[in-house]
Ligand binder design. Sequence first.
Ligand SMILES: [Zn+2]
Ligand SMILES: [Zn+2]
Length: 125
Amino acid sequence: MVRNSWWWRHPTIVFCIGLVLATSGTIISLVLEKRGIENSMIPLVVMVLIGGGFIVFSWIVMEYDWLCPKCGYRTYIRHRYCYKCGSMMYAVKVEPSRCPNGHPIERYMNFCEKCGVRLYEEVEE
Ligand SMILES: [Zn+2]
Ligand SMILES: [Zn+2]
């Protein structure tokens, strides 16, 4: 699957579809069981499996950033086209930033929590 199809651009909706599938499968099975129908658990198993697949996929997709291959613009907002240059955008795996000693760091950190290295120069006034 191309990493910019509808599924890659709408992980939240994919997640909700998965949730709805799993829930409705459960409800159908409960109704069937109440009516004494045989094999009433089949819809539950099938739809929880399919819905679970949707949910797992949406989790994987949310680990990806959104990148313009032409101008390098990178964002977490999943527009089909780059609003800086109009090229088609793609999902790319998020690589964690690292401190000079190789520890993973978050954007908000001023110091590396593992080795105490200063990550941003202090602005002198
Ligand atoms: Zn671009
Ligand atoms: Zn460090």
